[in-house]
Design a protein around this ligand. Structure first.
Ligand code: CS2
Ligand code: MG
Length: 402
């Protein structure tokens, strides 16, 4: 069996997506997601100029060997661009293998560990009242778990407050939007938000919050401690994680569960956090971490330390990643939760899929493969449109973390 073509498809049904389509001499094809929000074209070039030429003629059944070839063969290892390109190839090959086996991907991985995948949605509002109402809407939609992000008094564009109610797309301009951040205002506000939410809805639903890399470790410990009365499911990205050891400082001060990893791209970014049990959930994703081949290694390693999965699932991860992640989530023994930021109808039309939401859970279909396709003629109607993530500065103008 041979790979006869590998094509990169860029489409922008409301936001940019990069998809790799691998075709074989047996007439079976697979697709993989390679989207890197704000840096899409870097991955397009990495794939088209440096990966695709090496794939033609290779046996698509040799998934592990091709993964090792692309990882070790690049010489320059790791990084978000490299690992997304590898992920796109890896997922397309797993899609092909499952199609050839006539199995939904979860079956090929080892079968079901659960009937459905618990997901969390994104409730947000410009102020505390609107956010409380938004959480109520998600409860009415049947969600068991809801992330709450709110505008913060005195902060013009707080993280996670989107345009509209169901969809949140942070990449909002042809050059990065400059936002202003103030940690004191944020720290004074967030405990009030969760006190209000628990007063309004009680403790029967999981509540989550994303700190989005904004705090120092001691500030993170302070917030985690202040939120303990409200029993969060997790506090995410509460401090930058390049220095994995800094989470020891956070852990010393709080029992609020910690989640991190959406910007990680190999196990090396998370190894110390996991083996020292400095986190409770690992957020690494299929698209961001070199595909299924690498992410299941991360999950197995995490299971040794009772760390569970909590895959990132924002709108800028395509339905191909969501579909593949759901097969992974359906199989993985140490599953925690799956983020589910809904895609727009335009996006869902470009990427027809068989997964479905029901009563707070997502369910994979039984289609052989990962159950997601791409409508190339529809995709062609949405040309690439440059869009960048915002940047953040402190009130004195210093660069900060968005
Ligand atoms: C966020 C994302 O979903 C999340 O947890 O951190 O919205 C993140 O900001 C985007 O994926 C960045 O493109
Ligand atoms: Mg996040």
């Amino acid at each position: 069996m041979k790979i006869i073509s590998a094509r990169v498809i860029v489409t922008c049904p409301g936001r940019n997506f990069v998809t790799l389509k691998i075709e074989t001499d047996q007439g079976v094809y697979g697709i993989g997601d390679a989207t890197l929000n704000g840096r899409e074209l870097a991955v397009v070039s990495y794939l088209e100029d440096h990966v695709v030429p090496t794939l033609i003629g290779k046996d698509p059944r040799r998934i592990e060997d091709i993964w090792q070839y692309l990882y070790r063969g690049a010489y320059w290892r790791r990084g978000p661009v490299t690992m997304r390109a590898i992920a796109a190839v890896d997922v397309a090959l797993w899609d092909i293998k499952a199609k050839m086996a006539g199995m939904p991907l979860y079956d090929l991985l080892g079968g079901r560990s659960r009937d459905g995948v618990m997901v969390y949605g994104h409730a947000n509002g410009a102020d505390l009242g609107q956010t409380v109402d938004a959480v109520g809407r998600y409860i009415d939609m049947g969600y068991k778990a809801i992330r709450a992000q709110s505008g913060v008094p005195g902060i013009a564009m707080a993280y996670g407050v989107g345009r509209g109610t169901l969809h949140y797309e942070p990449a909002d301009a042809e050059l990065p939007t400059e936002t202003v951040w103030d940690t004191t205002k944020y720290l004074n506000f967030v405990p009030k938000l969760f006190e209000k939410l628990r007063d309004a809805y009680g403790f029967d639903h999981h509540l989550l919050h994303d700190g989005h890399h904004r705090l120092t470790p001691i500030e993170a410990g302070r917030l985690g401690k202040a939120l303990e009365p409200y029993s969060l499911f997790w506090l995410e990205d509460i401090t930058p994680a390049e220095n994995q050891e800094s989470f020891k400082l956070v852990r010393q001060h709080t029992t609020t569960p910690l989640a991190v990893g959406e910007i990680f791209n190999t196990i090396w970014d998370a190894k110390d956090l996991i083996q020292n049990q400095l986190i409770d959930y690992i957020r690494m994703t299929i698209v961001g971490s070199g595909g299924l081949t690498h992410l299941r290694r991360v999950a197995d390693f995490a299971s040794l330390y009772q760390v569970r999965t909590g895959c990132h699932g924002a709108t800028d991860l395509s339905p191909v990643t969501m579909g593949t992640a759901l097969h992974f989530d359906t199989w993985v023994p140490n599953f925690g939760i799956q983020e589910y930021m809904r895609h727009t109808e335009e996006t869902d039309a470009v990427f027809p899929h068989d997964y479905r939401f029901e009563d707070g859970f997502l369910h994979v279909g039984e289609t052989p493969g990962h159950g997601v396709d791409i409508d190339e003629s529809l995709a062609a109607r949405y040309p690439y449109k440059p869009a960048y993530l915002p940047v953040a500065r402190l009130e004195d103008g210093s660069m900060w973390n968005w």
